[in-house]
Design a protein around this ligand. Sequence first.
Ligand code: 4NP
Length: 161
Amino acid sequence: MINVAFVCLGNICRSPMAELIFSELAKERGLALSFCISSFGTSDCEEGNSIYPPARRTLEKHGIYGKHTARQITLKDVINNDYILVMDGGNLFDLLRLTGGDFGDKIMRLCSFTDNPRDVADPWYTLNFEKAYEDIYDGCNCFMEYLLKEKAEVFGYDKRH
Ligand code: 4NP
């Protein structure tokens, strides 16, 4: 079982999009049971709120459905996850402040797994939800490929093939 947490600022746009997209990729590969997938905000500003409707509509346009209730990440959540995938450098900074600089090896920007490491710009400010979707999808897809290649033993894959 691999525990993956996606993190953004508010937990109503980017990280719930990442949670649902990555869940879909895991399902498509028959690996849903190999993961515990969640998402959090570094802030409590949207605590208890649903996915922001423009983010939900963008997901639905791409055939991805699901619900999420925003919650702020705690140190315990950092400890309990194997991978903490943040959307931008600000999220990384905020998380390292929460941990006092610890656990840096498992806190990574989602798009650092792509050929073009970059932040996922916040659509709350840019209003470009489609661009956020594309960047998040790219990051999730490349992260899944990384796991399948580098952590194949976790999935019980026969390495001879
Ligand atoms: P997110 O976007 O971090 O992608 O969920 C935001 C949502 C809400 C706020 C900021 C960013 N806010 O300030 O309320």
